[in-house]
Design a protein around this ligand. Structure first.
Ligand SMILES: [Zn+2]
Length: 181
């Protein structure tokens, strides 16, 4: 996971900084203003490595040109964007490699048609072997083929693995199945 830091911007907003593991460089998300980003970089002795854009509005893209003049970095953003400063166009299902990690791109039109989100899945706990059904009713339900089974839940037993120090305990999984409508 990245270390994420909000950089205050405008009167009531943030530009998010994603730091790499070394803590020496960051990517910024939607820099609507270059000045607070430049101040943050200077203050912490960081380098800018990439810019991620979610949608074209000026309060999300207004600082891109100025940052690009100071930092020769890629600008990721929606392929369908009317904003002209994107040189790494992205569409739903694409991925972005950033600081050795992979971000998945999802189209989320709504606020604007070009809106995308960047998604980093959390690592799954390695407790699958310990999963048990939480009640006989749930176990019986699990054997019934949907749509008879409207809901069921699975709760893990306390996770006991050889690597106890990193093994989570009492992780609860809940799976909801609904009959087709
Ligand atoms: Zn907007």
């Amino acid at each position: 996971m990245f270390q994420t830091t909000p950089i205050p911007a405008f009167n009531d907003n943030y530009i998010w900084a994603l730091a790499d593991a070394s803590g020496q460089q960051i990517a910024v998300v939607d820099p609507g203003d270059a000045a607070p980003v430049q101040r943050y970089l200077k203050q912490h002795g960081l380098k800018l490595a990439a810019i991620l854009i979610t949608h074209h509005h000026a309060d999300h893209t207004g600082g891109v040109a100025e940052l690009r003049q100071a930092w020769e970095v890629p600008v990721f953003g929606p392929a369908s964007s009317p904003f002209g400063g994107i040189d790494r166009p992205l569409s739903d299902g694409d991925t972005v490699a950033l600081f050795g990690q992979t971000l998945q791109v999802r189209a989320v039109p709504g606020h604007t048609l070009d809106h995308i989100s960047y998604f980093k899945a959390a690592p799954a706990p390695s407790c699958s072997a310990a999963i048990r059904f939480s009640s006989p009713a749930a176990a019986a339900c699990s054997k019934a083929a949907p749509p008879r089974c409207s809901r069921r839940w699975i709760t893990s037993a306390p996770c006991r693995t050889t690597r106890k120090s990193i093994a989570p305990t009492n992780i609860r999984y809940r799976i909801w199945l609904s009959p087709p409508r």
